[in-house]
Design a protein around this ligand. Structure first.
Ligand code: PLP
Length: 475
C-alpha cells in the first residue's frame, strides 16, 4: 500500500497516527472523473499544460466542469460538488444568480450591444460606490484583471515617487505580473534568512534586472521590515501587500499600524492588494478591518460579478497621473485597455455588491463561514491532528501539522502535500476546491451545505485515522 504519512516531527508526535492512502484516493479520483481525464489529454495537445491559467492545473489532472447553479458545480462525468473554489473567490453570490442574470440582460436591453467602446454612466455610478468604500475622495480606474490592477498600481507608484524599486512581502501573490513575480513561492533552500528574505524569481523570464529592484520583506515581522525599508528608503516607490496573506493570514494589527506610519515617514506609498480580500474580509475589505487607508488599493474578483475585472483606486494626486490630456513626451502615465470599464462587467459587479450589501447578507455569509471554520477546526482537534484553521469574513483555510501560522515560512513547515491529498479525498466525496486552495463561500451556500461539508470532512479524517492506526498495528 502506497501511503503518504505525516513526517515525524518532534513538535507534533500525535500526527503519526494519521495516514491517507494516496493510491486509493488517486484511483477513486480517476474512476470518478474519466471524462475530465480524456478532455485533459486532448487539452494538452492545444493548451500548454492543458490549461489557460497555470493556477488551474493540479495533479493528477484538473476536473472539467460542465455547469453550475448556486453553491453547486457539476463536472463532465455528472458528479455534483459543493463549490468552495468559486472561481478563486470571484463569485460572492454563487453560480448563475438572478441579480447577475438580470443585470446582464438590462445592459443588453438598454444598449442593444455588449459593449459600446465609449464611456457609459455605469462607470460613474459604480466608480463612486467603490471609491467611497476604498478611498474616500479618491479616484478609480477599472481594468480587466487583478494582474492589470497591480501592474498599474506599481507603475503609478514609480511615476509618483520617481523611485524605481518595489518592496513586497514573501509569499504574497499579485497576479501574473512579472514585476511582482518575486518570492511568491520561493523554495526554502534558496530564500535566505527568515528575517531578511532573499528575492527569488518565480518565473523564467524574471531576471536579475527585476530581482535587483525588488526588496522582499518578512510578513508580520515589523522590526526586520523596518530595517529593510529604512536601509533602502531612498529607492523604494511602494510597499505592496496582501493585508491578509493568501486571503486568510492576517497582518497583526500593530504590524499594520506601524507599517502605515513607517511608510508615511519614509515617503513610500502603501499599496493594498485587495483582489482577494475586497468585499470578503469586510464590505470595505481589509482596509475597513484595520481602519487603515492605503495610498492605493487594487481590487478584482468579487467586483466583476463573475466577469473579468480589476480596478485601481487611490489618492487623487496619484491617480491623476493617468489622466489623458497631453500625454506626449511621457508627461503622464499611459494606461489603456479596449474593454476597460465595459458595461456588462460593471453592471454585474454592481449587482453583486449591492446584493451583498443588503441588510444582514454580509453578516450571514460571515457567520456561515465561521461555523464551517470552527467545525473543521474541532474535527481536526477531535482526531488529534495538530492544525490551524484561519479565516475572516467569507474565506478560510487550514494548515496541517503546525500550531501557528503567521507568514509564508510558517506555511512551509505545514503538511502541504498531505493537505492536497485530503482535498482530493474531499473531491471524491463531492466537496470541491482546487487541492490546497483556501475555501470561499457565497450567499448561495446554505446551512445544509455546511453540515454536509462537515460530515464529509469527518469521514475523510476518520478514514485517514483508521488507515494510520492499522498501519501502526501492522508495524
Ligand atoms: C491578491 C491577488 N492579486 C492579484 C491577483 C491577480 O488577479 P487576476 O487573476 O484577475 O489577474 C490575484 C489572483 O488570484 C490575487 O489573489
Amino acid at each position: 500500500m502506497q501511503t503518504l504519512k505525516y513526517r515525524q516531527k518532534w513538535q507534533v508526535p500525535l500526527m503519526l497516527h494519521m495516514m491517507l492512502d494516496e493510491k486509493k484516493i488517486l484511483s477513486e479520483y480517476r474512476t470518478r472523473t474519466r471524462a475530465s481525464m480524456k478532455l485533459f489529454e486532448k487539452a494538452e495537445g492545444i493548451n500548454p499544460g492543458g490549461v489557460n491559467a497555470n493556477i488551474k492545473f493540479f495533479k493528477p489532472y484538473p476536473i472539467f466542469m460542465r455547469g453550475a447553479k448556486g453553491s453547486k458545480i457539476t463536472d463532465e462525468d455528472g458528479n455534483e460538488y459543493i463549490d468552495y473554489l468559486l472561481t478563486y473567490g470571484a463569485l460572492i453570490l454563487g453560480h448563475g444568480s438572478e441579480p447577475i442574470r438580470r443585470a446582464v440582460e438590462r445592459v443588453l436591453d438598454r444598449f442593444g450591444t455588449t459593449v459600446t467602446g465609449t464611456p457609459t454612466g455605469i462607470e460613474i455610478e459604480y466608480g463612486e460606490l467603490l471609491a467611497g468604500l476604498y478611498s474616500k475622495g479618491g479616484l478609480i480606474r477599472f481594468t480587466n484583471s487583478g494582474l492589470e490592477a497591480t501592474l498599474l498600481a506599481v507603475r503609478l507608484a514609480r511615476a509618483f515617487t520617481g523611485r524605481t524599486a518595489i518592496a513586497k512581502f514573501e509569499g504574497h501573490y499579485h497576479g501574473a505580473n512579472d514585476r511582482l513575480l518575486v518570492s511568491y513561492r520561493p523554495p526554502s533552500e534558496s530564500s535566505g534568512e527568515r528575517s531578511s528574505p532573499k528575492p527569488v524569481s518565480d518565473s523564467l523570464d524574471v531576471g536579475m534586472d527585476i530581482i535587483a529592484e525588488t526588496i522582499v520583506l518578512p510578513f508580520n515581522d515589523f522590526e526586520s521590515t523596518e530595517k529593510l525599508l529604512t536601509a533602502n528608503a531612498g529607492r523604494i516607490a511602494c510597499v505592496i501587500m496582501e493585508p491578509f496573506e493568501d486571503g486568510v493570514i492576517p497582518a497583526k494589527r500593530d504590524f499594520m499600524s506601524k507599517l502605515k506610519r513607517l511608510t508615511e515617514e519614509l515617503g513610500i506609498l502603501l499599496v493594498f492588494d485587495e483582489v482577494k480580500t475586497g468585499f470578503r474580509i469586510r464590505i470595505g475589505g481589509a482596509a475597513e478591518y484595520y481602519s487603515v487607508t492605503p495610498d492605493i488599493s487594487c481590487l478584482g474578483k468579487v467586483i466583476g460579478g463573475g466577469f473579468p475585472v480589476g480596478a485601481v483606486v487611490g489618492r487623487c494626486d496619484i491617480m491623476s497621473l493617468i489622466q489623458p490630456g497631453d500625454s506626449s513626451g511621457g508627461r503622464s502615465v499611459f494606461h489603456s485597455g479596449t474593454f476597460g470599464g465595459n458595461p456588462v462587467t460593471l453592471s454585474a459587479g454592481l449587482a453583486a455588491v449591492e446584493e451583498l450589501m443588503k441588510d444582514g447578507n454580509f453578516e450571514r455569509l460571515s457567520r456561515r463561514t465561521e461555523s464551517l471554520r470552527r467545525a473543521m477546526a474541532s474535527s481536526l482537534a477531535e482526531h488529534q491532528i495538530p492544525a490551524v484553521a484561519l479565516g475572516e469574513g467569507s474565506m478560510l483555510n487550514i494548515y496541517l501539522g503546525v500550531e501557528r501560522v503567521e507568514n509564508y515560512r510558517d506555511t512551509l513547515s505545514s503538511e502541504i502535500r498531505l493537505r492536497s491529498l485530503l482535498d482530493l479525498a474531499m473531491i471524491c466525496k463531492g466537496i470541491y476546491t482546487k487541492p490546497g486552495n483556501r475555501y470561499c463561500l457565497s450567499l448561495s451556500h446554505s446551512d445544509d451545505d455546511i453540515v454536509s461539508t462537515t460530515e464529509k470532512f469527518n469521514e475523510v479524517l476518520d478514514e485517514a485515522i483508521s488507515e494510520g492506526n492499522r498501519a501502526k498495528l501492522h508495524g
